[in-house]
Ligand binder design. Structure first.
Ligand SMILES: [Zn+2]
Length: 193
């Protein structure tokens, strides 16, 4: 079975038992949002106990406070009423294994999937790359705790983010499933009004 068939048949089963979920309203019932990494090992619904309709979950590579993540967070409170936010990065994040320079170099060489070995990523393609990667800030991670602190601080300082919203910063441990407190981040995210 192809991935497409698997997904569509899983969706058939889900929709067959949809039931009262058809009555859910648009604003998240528990009035909070989570910004987290797209890493396939992380399931925010499970690690944070969410069900449909509960909360906004914004995901990108690294769970970084990019301009687009902030766009979503602003919509989340301004139009849909969330009142508390979490920034949750994680241990063993793929964003730690490369830099802007490496990504730009890899994409410049080819569009094949690079290989991850002991010495980091290496390109296995033969030509056909693009210099476009030079124009993107890949928002890589040097130090996972520091990236949570930086992102919480960036969101806290943003002129479209009201001081009343607490922003909590955590690292999810991929070996235990636990959310590890990042004290500097939660301090940086304290409400200011
Ligand atoms: Zn990650």
């Amino acid at each position: 079975m192809s991935v497409l068939d698997e997904v569509l048949s899983a969706n058939d089963r889900y929709a067959a038992e949809f039931g009262e979920r058809s009555e859910l309203t648009l604003p998240p019932a528990r009035r909070f949002a989570i910004l987290t990494c797209m890493d396939a090992r992380l399931d925010p619904a499970k690690y944070a106990g969410l069900t449909e309709g509960d909360a906004h979950v914004i995901r990108n590579a690294g769970g970084r406070a990019s301009d687009d993540a902030i766009r979503s967070l602003v919509i989340s409170y301004k139009l849909l009423g969330t009142r508390e936010w979490f920034v949750i990065h994680h241990t063993d994040c793929g964003m730690e294994f490369f830099t802007n320079e490496i990504m730009r170099d890899l994409c410049g060489q080819s569009l094949e999937t690079a290989k991850l070995g002991e010495d980091g990523f290496t390109d296995v393609g033969s030509g056909g790359g693009s210099p476009e990667a030079k124009f993107i800030d890949w928002l890589t991670v040097d130090d996972p705790e520091q990236s949570v602190v930086d992102d919480v601080a960036r969101i806290r300082a943003h002129p479209l983010v009201p001081g009343r919203i607490p922003i909590y910063g955590y690292l999810y441990d991929v070996k235990s499933g636990k959310l590890l407190d990042v004290p500097g981040a939660t301090a940086a995210g304290r409400p200011t009004e």
